[in-house]
Design a protein around this ligand. Sequence first.
Ligand code: ADP
Ligand code: MG
Length: 729
Amino acid sequence: MANLRFEAVEEAFKKRPLEVNTPKERPGDFYAKYVFNRAKMYKYLPVDVYQKLVDVIDNGTRLDRSIADAVAQGMKKWAEEHGATHYTHWFQPLTEGTAEKHDAFVEHDGKGGMMEEFSGKLLVQQEPDASSFPNGGIRNTFEARGYSAWDPTSPVFIIDDTLCIPTIFISYTGEALDYKAPLLKALHAVNVAATKVCHYFYPEVRQVHSNLGWEQEYFLVDEDLYFARPDLMLTGRTLMGHDSAKNQQMDDHYFGTIPERVQAFMKDLEIQALELGIPCKTRHNEVAPGQFELAPIFEECNLAVDHNMLLMSLMKKIAHKHSFRVLLHEKPFDGINGSGKHNNWSLCTDNGILLHAAGKTPADNLRFVVFIVETLMAVYRHNGLLKASVMSATNDHRLGANEAPPAIISSFLGRQISDLLDHIEKADKDNLFNLSGKTGMQLDIPEIPELFIDNTDRNRTSPFAFTGNRFEFRAVGSEANCAAAMIVLNTAVAEALTDFAERVDTLTAKGEEQTSAIIDILREDIKACKPIRFDGNGYSDEWKEEAARRGLDCEPSCPVCFDRYLDRESIRMFEQMNVMSHNELEARNEVKWETYTKKIQIEARVMGDLAMNHIIPVATHYQSQLAKNVQNMVDIFGDVEGKQLSERNIKIIREIAERTNIIESGVEELVNARKNANKIGSQREKAVAYHDTVAPKMEAIRYQIDKLELVVSDELWTLPKYRELLFIR
Ligand code: ADP
Ligand code: MG
């Protein structure tokens, strides 16, 4: 009997690293080769058009439709020089990944021929017939179509023969159907709020933007082995598979030598990413075998999100070229680390002041403390919502599953910052702050050395850690669109800063000196947000109890976590910051619950199929072989001695019978649980039922299958084993 598994293993062993042609130029020269960035805008656009466009990008002024045609002309000319024949609006619907629909530049020329055309109208707005994108009921299919609109702040780029135009995707009534539209609004909100607070310290600041530096973790699996695993193909993770005898115990993979085939993949990926303007910087092995990481230099948040989306699709394409499959799932393998996407986040002014970094003067340091504390206030007030923003059916396996990070949001500051906040909170105000005549104010805030983060002090278990000049949100899933987390974080910080400024202004209106008012409010907030500060071990059971006492959100169920989007405080925050309406929030939650259900539903089906059509047949086949052997032994040695000599085989025959029986009834229960859940009308209740009654049944079946893997003859087993998936590359 041909066994796909052994064929796949044989194929995988034969593979050699692919030759990757390194460009002759230095990275600086081919960087952003396929991006219509400023240098190209300057070259391909008339000067007045260039200036207007730059004004739109830098200052958020409204796009003057009259320049759209000229911009489109310039873009088209540049794109054609790079061989592009098509264009597409590129957007981020509420599914994973991106969407695009390619149109050729060609139009009728009116004389029976064709001409290539690309007008401003086509650049600025389109109506993709996209009725099948999730919309949570906002868009009634036959009454209103969604449309996509150009986002000039993220430059267009070329992939293969197509000019890709980053766009938002919204309904005709203006509701967001994507991630980018609310993200841009959240970034605007935090810009306005932070700029106002900056003016207490630096009146010259005109704008504040949000930075994002993501670190993308992923697994690579040989493509032939991947194709022999229907669960990987259909769900992105292994639904079964016994631990490999060796996995990550030795810590020998982390930062080890990168395997050659992987190295070739990484090199290829980096070149193409650089050409698309993604500033890749770091690459290394991760903790688990077969796991790797790539991180670029941080960028403005909206651009960084686009670049991450682009990188993920690039990874899939290039992995295939190298005969790998990239697994972006947060937990492709049980028993070893999962993958995340740390989101390094900070705020920065237009004149380059990093607001989460300490400075040299007392005023700088007061500003630093204000931004740290108000970020903590945001995270404290909306800790449940922040968790909801990173929750998904797939990330559910990682959060709270005894690996980084836990399913309770808290913030690690490190000893020095903690001491500093305690000092400001407790010190006598007159000591802390006194006005000393003309020389201005003096703050008794201890000097903060530039490199004050002690690296040994880094708490790897913290989901929201301060790391020197930024916060690192580590609970984001490897597969997720970073925008979901960035929308909530930036909006919450916008709210906290707005609230802070209002209270400061109320005090100054009553005649209090400004710095004194700032310190009063700061002290109030340092006290208020204390429950979110936690420097201990996030995995411990004591922390779970302590966190509950502190009133932090400890809900472990993914579909229930989504409720946080519809809490009164969340709706108020999103509406006041003008990021999303109640209606949008409700619609998006419908999508979240539906997506959750579908994912578990697919897994349950695949589990049922594999159990019945792979596992049980293979196990019983082996069982028959053993039974035949026992019979032979009885024929030779007689009943008593024959059976005695076959003791081990009889034991296995029994074990297989017992386990396959449990599996079979487990699958039946699984089907029934699904049937019952499917009858539920409400998306929320259905998702909860899938979480509570369907998902756990798969665990029980898996347990039996993994035990069978240990007793059934290796030769018969059809699914590539963990050791093969993880170590052959
Ligand atoms: P780690 O030790 O966590 O792996 P790295 O030095 O690799 O940290 O940096 C992780 C990411 O953080 C990179 O993308 C980096 O550009 C980004 N980063 C550094 N400083 C900031 C900042 N001030 N704001 C946002 N991101 C930053
Ligand atoms: Mg990191």
